[in-house]
Design a protein around this ligand. Structure first.
Ligand SMILES: NC(=O)c1ccc[n+]([C@@H]2O[C@H](COP(=O)([O-])OP(=O)(O)OC[C@H]3O[C@@H](n4cnc5c(N)ncnc54)[C@H](OP(=O)(O)O)[C@@H]3O)[C@@H](O)[C@H]2O)c1
Length: 329
C-alpha cells in the first residue's frame, strides 16, 4: 500500500500533537512549517522558506493547517486556496478562513476537499452531527461552542477563583494562543472565537442559501465591570449561542451579540441557565462543548443533544485525523 505523505502548517500545541499522531499512523510527514519557514519534523532544522509553499505542497496527499487566526483568516485562506489549486486536500482547525470565506470555499467543501470538523466543537464532531440532523423540522438550535469559557464558568461555579481557573485553562492549552491577561483571555474567546464558530456552525447547517461571515457580526469587548458581574453569577450562567425562528428579545443575558439572516435569528451571550428549560439539557461540564437541536413546533418532536470534548490538543488533532482519513480513504 502506498505511504501517505502529508505536510503540517503550524508547529505549536496542535501541530506538534498532529505530528506525533500522524507518525504513529505510519504516514510520512514531509515537512512542518512555522512562521519562519519549513522544518524537518519538530526539530529546528530549517529546510526552506515560507514563500516556497506553492512548490512544497505539490505532490502531497494532504495538508494539515493549525495556525492562529491572522488577518481575519486571510493568511489561512491563502494556504487553503494554494493547496486546493495544487490538487491537495486540506484539513484545518483554524477558524478565520472558514468563518469569513465560507462561500469561496463551499465548492471544495462539497467536493470533500476540505476537512474542518475541528474548527467548531474540538473533538465532539458536532458539525457532522448537525449536518446529518438538521432539516426543515428544526425549530431551534442551542450550542455551547467555547470549551475554554465553559471550563472557566464550570470552575467558578465550583467555587474556584477566576485567576486560578483561567491560568489552568492556559496551561492545559485550551485558551487561544495569543491571549495574555485575564480579561484578554475572556475577550479572545468570547469576542474572537465564538463569532467565528457561530458563523461556521450556521453556514454548515445550510438553513438558508445566504452565507454569513464572522466579520459582519458586531461585537463589543467585555469590560471589567461586566466580568465582575459574570464572576458573581457564574453558577447560573453559561455562554450559549442560540439559532431560533424568534427574535429572542426576552432573554436573560449578560453581554453578547445578535445577528439575523433569512428568517433565522442568532443570539449569543452569557445566558441564565434557568431561563430556558432546554439550557439545562444542553449545558455540559468542564471543557466540553454541546449542541441541542429542538424539533417540531414548541419542541414537540423532541430535543437531541450531542456533547464531547471542546478543546485541547488531543481531541482536536484526533478529529482532524478522522477528517483526513475520510478524505483520503
Ligand atoms: N488549542 C485548542 O484546543 C484548539 C482547538 C481547536 C482549534 N484550535 C486552533 O488551532 C490553531 C492553532 O492553535 P495552537 O494552540 O496550536 O497555536 P500555537 O501553539 O500558537 O501554534 C501556532 C503555530 O502556527 C505557526 N504560525 C503562525 N503564523 C504562521 C504563518 N503565517 N505561517 C505558518 N505558520 C504560522 C506558529 O509558528 P512559530 O512556531 O514560528 O511561532 C506556531 O508554530 C488556532 O487557530 C486555534 O484557534 C485550537
Amino acid at each position: 500500500m502506498k505511504t501517505i505523505s502529508v505536510g503540517i502548517i503550524g508547529k505549536g500545541n496542535i501541530g506538534s500533537e498532529l505530528y506525533k499522531r500522524t507518525l504513529s499512523k505510519k504516514w510520512k510527514v514531509e515537512w512542518i512549517m512555522g512562521s519562519k519557514g519549513f522544518f524537518k519534523g519538530l526539530s529546528n532544522d530549517k529546510i526552506g522558506e515560507t514563500e516556497d509553499y506553492p512548490s512544497r505542497v505539490k505532490g502531497l496527499d494532504l495538508v494539515f493547517l493549525a495556525i492562529p487566526t491572522l488577518d481575519n483568516g486571510k493568511t489561512a485562506f491563502n494556504y487553503i486556496q494554494t493547496s486546493l489549486d495544487a490538487g491537495v486536500p486540506i484539513v484545518t482547525c483554524e477558524k478565520g478562513a472558514l468563518s469569513n470565506y465560507y462561500s469561496k470555499l463551499e465548492e471544495a467543501i462539497r467536493d470533500g476537499k476540505i476537512g474542518y470538523s475541528a474548527t467548531v466543537g474540538g473533538g465532539s464532531r458536532l458539525l457532522r452531527y448537525l449536518e446529518e440532523r438538521v432539516g426543515p423540522q428544526v425549530e431551534e438550535i442551542h450550542a455551547v461552542v467555547n470549551g475554554t469559557l465553559n471550563y472557566i464558568f464550570d470552575g467558578l461555579s465550583r467555587g474556584r477563583s477566576l485567576g486560578e481557573v483561567v491560568e489552568e485553562a492556559k496551561k492545559l492549552g485550551y485558551a487561544e494562543p495569543r491571549a495574555e491577561n485575564l480579561l484578554e483571555v475572556i475577550n479572545e474567546e468570547a469576542t474572537g472565537d465564538v463569532p467565528m464558530k457561530t458563523s461556521i456552525l450556521f453556514n454548515s447547517c445550510n438553513l438558508v442559501s445566504e452565507r454569513m461571515a464572522a466579520r459582519d457580526i458586531q461585537v463589543q469587548r467585555i469590560e471589567m465591570n461586566q466580568l465582575k458581574k459574570l464572576e458573581r453569577e457564574a453558577s447560573s450562567r453559561r455562554y450559549i449561542v442560540s439559532i431560533t425562528r424568534d427574535s429572542n428579545n426576552e432573554e436573560d443575558v449578560i453581554w453578547g451579540f445578535k445577528y439575523s439572516i433569512g428568517d433565522w435569528y442568532i443570539s449569543a451571550g452569557f445566558k441564565h441557565i434557568g431561563s430556558n428549560s432546554l439550557f439545562r439539557e444542553l449545558v455540559p461540564s468542564g471543557v466540553n462543548n454541546a449542541v441541542l437541536i429542538s424539533e417540531g413546533e414548541f419542541g414537540r418532536d423532541g430535543s437531541y443533544v450531542l456533547t464531547g470534548p471542546g478543546a485541547g490538543a488531543a481531541p482536536t488533532s484526533l478529529s482532524m485525523l478522522i477528517d483526513a482519513e475520510k478524505i483520503l480513504l
